[in-house]
Design a protein. Structure first.
Length: 470
C-alpha cells in the first residue's frame, strides 16, 4: 500500500484541521483533530462526522492547543480512540484548560436549550454535546510529552520531531520520518506558523529537508502592515477612546496567546509610565488560567522577554488590571460608567462573555471595538468587520455606533512573506509535493502561485475528504 494523506478538515476552510496519514503497513497517524468553527449549523454536522473511524487511529500528533486544531480530540476518545497523543508539554497544559472550557460551554448550552424547550412545552430537538468533561479527563490521560527538537520514535519506523513555530506557547511544526521497505519518506506539517516580529514567543525555526510538506496558508494572499509603530498603536487607541472620548475599548481576543500579548504590551506601557489610568478588565476565567500557564512556561518565551522577567516578575499584571472569574462580576461591568479596557473571548465573537460586552457597548459612538485577530468568514467578527449599521444580537436589532477598529499586527499567524520565509529553508527541487491547507481558496491560490515562482513545482489545494497517494 502506498503512503497516503487524506484531508478531513481545514481543506478549503480555515478550521477543523485534521490530516490522516495512511502508512504503507496499514497503520494510521492523525495530524491534529480540530473543531470546525464559524460555519453555522454546518459546523455541527461536520464536527459529528470524522470521515474515519477513531478506533482505527494508531497515534495522534498535535501541533498546538488552539481549538481548531485540538477541539475534537475528546470526541475521538468518546468514539473509541485509545492511542497516544503526542504534544509538547505547554500544548498539553493549554489543552487541559481549553478542552475543559469547550466541554463546559457545550454542556451548559445544551442544558439551557433543554430548559427552554421544556418551558415552551416543546420537544428537545438539539442533539447532545459533542463531548463532556468526562471525555476530556480521559483524553488528558492519553497525552505523551515530546520536547522541541528531540527526535522521538512514536511507532515502529516512525520518528517524530517537533520544531517551534512561534505561533502560541508550545506550538510546533510536525516532522515525521517514516522508514519502511519503500525507503525513507519525510513529511513536514506546519501546524500554524507564527511571526518573525517581536512577540512573546520566539520566531518560527527552520526545519530539516522534507519530501512532502503540508503548509498552512491563512494569510497566503497578503502581508500584515509593517511592524514598526505597532507598539505605539495600541496606546494610541487607548488614549483616543478611553481618555479623549471617555469611552470603552472592547477587545475581543483569544484567551490563549492574544490576551497575553495584549496584557504584556499594556504592562510594558505601565512600566514605561505611559499607560493612562484606565481600569483594565480581563473578563474570562480561561484567560486567567492560560496566563498562569504562560507564567509557568516562561522559559519558552523569547530571550528579551525572559530578561524583562528579571526586572518585573509579573509580565501580565499591573495596578489597574482586574482578572474577572465570576459571571456576576462580568455582568456588573455591563452597567459600569466611565472609560475602561475590556479584553474578553471569544476572538471571533461567536460565543463567550464578549457577546455581552458588545451588546452593551456597540450603541455608543464614544466606544470602540478593537479587532486584533483573524475572524473566519461567517463569524460575528467577520460581520462586524463589514461595519454594518445594525447587527442582530439576542433577538434584538442593535445599532452599531461604536467605532470598529482593527489592528493586524497582533496576528499570531505568519503573513504571506513570513510563510515564504518559513518554507524558504527547503530546497524546492527535493520537495515532491506541497499541500496547502488552513486557508480560504483565494489565499491558497495566491500562495500556490508564489510557491511555484520559488521553484516548488507541485502544489496541491486539497478539498475536504480528498485522498492523495504520496
Ligand atoms: Zn492556531
Amino acid at each position: 500500500m502506498p503512503l497516503s494523506i487524506t484531508f478531513h478538515g481545514a481543506a478549503g476552510t480555515v478550521t477543523g484541521s485534521k490530516h490522516l496519514l495512511g502508512l504503507p503497513d496499514g497503520r494510521r497517524v492523525l495530524l491534529d483533530c480540530g473543531m470546525f468553527q464559524g460555519e453555522g449549523p454546518a459546523s455541527d454536522a461536520l464536527n459529528r462526522r470524522f470521515g474515519f473511524n477513531p478506533e482505527d487511529i494508531d497515534a495522534l500528533v498535535l501541533s498546538h492547543a488552539h481549538i481548531d486544531h485540538s477541539g475534537l480530540i475528546p470526541r475521538m476518545v468518546a468514539e473509541g480512540f485509545r492511542g497516544p497523543i503526542y504534544a509538547t508539554e505547554a500544548t498539553r497544559d493549554l489543552c487541559e484548560i481549553l478542552l475543559a472550557d469547550s466541554a463546559y460551554i457545550q454542556e451548559s448550552d445544551y442544558r439551557y436549550d433543554a430548559k427552554r424547550a421544556k418551558k415552551q412545552g416543546k420537544a428537545m430537538t438539539e442533539i447532545g454535546p459533542l463531548y463532556d468533561s468526562g471525555d476530556v479527563a480521559a483524553t488528558m490521560d492519553l497525552f505523551r510529552l515530546v520536547p522541541y527538537a528531540t527526535p522521538t520514535v512514536i511507532l515502529p519506523g516512525v520518528e517524530l520531531t517537533f520544531i517551534d513555530t512561534g505561533h502560541i506557547l508550545g506550538s510546533a511544526s510536525v516532522h515525521l520520518t517514516i522508514s519502511g521497505r519503500e525507503g525513507v519518506r519525510r513529511i513536514s506539517f506546519s501546524g500554524d506558523v507564527g511571526r518573525y516580529v517581536d512577540r512573546l514567543v520566539p520566531p518560527p525555526q527552520p526545519f530539516p529537508q522534507a519530501d512532502i510538506i503540508i503548509c498552512e496558508s491563512t494569510y497566503g494572499d497578503r502581508d500584515h502592515p509593517a511592524a514598526e509603530g505597532y507598539e505605539a498603536e495600541l496606546l494610541g487607541h487607548v488614549k483616543r477612546i478611553c481618555v479623549e472620548q471617555n469611552g470603552r475599548l472592547v477587545i475581543p481576543a483569544f484567551s490563549v496567546g492574544r490576551t497575553q500579548e495584549l496584557l504584556h504590551q499594556l504592562n510594558k506601557y505601565f512600566n514605561q509610565g505611559l499607560l493612562p489610568r484606565v481600569p483594565v478588565f480581563v473578563d474570562s476565567p480561561l484567560s486567567v488560567n492560560a496566563t498562569g500557564i504562560y507564567r509557568k512556561h516562561s522559559a519558552l518565551l523569547r530571550p528579551e522577554i525572559r530578561k524583562e522577567l528579571e526586572r518585573d516578575p509579573d509580565l501580565f499584571g499591573f495596578p489597574g488590571v482586574e482578572f474577572v472569574r465570576e459571571a456576576s462580576r462580568s455582568k456588573e461591568l455591563n452597567g459600569r460608567k466611565g472609560p475602561s479596557i475590556t479584553i474578553a473571548a471569544s476572538g471571533m465573537m461567536d460565543a463567550g462573555r464578549i457577546r455581552h460586552h458588545l451588546f452593551h457597548s456597540l450603541g455608543d459612538p464614544a466606544n470602540a471595538v478593537l479587532i486584533v485577530g483573524f475572524c473566519a468568514p461567517g463569524t460575528f467578527g467577520a460581520r462586524l468587520l463589514e461595519r454594518p449599521s445594525t447587527v442582530n444580537m439576542y433577538g434584538e436589532e442593535v445599532q452599531v455606533r461604536a467605532s470598529i477598529l482593527t489592528m493586524d499586527s497582533y496576528s499570531a499567524h505568519a503573513d504571506r512573506s513570513e510563510l515564504l520565509k518559513w518554507i524558504g529553508c527547503q530546497d524546492p527541487s527535493l520537495v515532491r509535493k506541497v499541500f496547502l491547507v488552513h486557508g480560504a481558496d483565494n489565499s491558497r491560490e495566491n500562495f500556490r502561485d508564489l510557491l511555484n515562482g520559488q521553484g516548488f513545482r507541485r502544489v496541491e489545494l486539497p478539498r475536504q475528504g480528498q485522498r492523495f497517494e504520496v
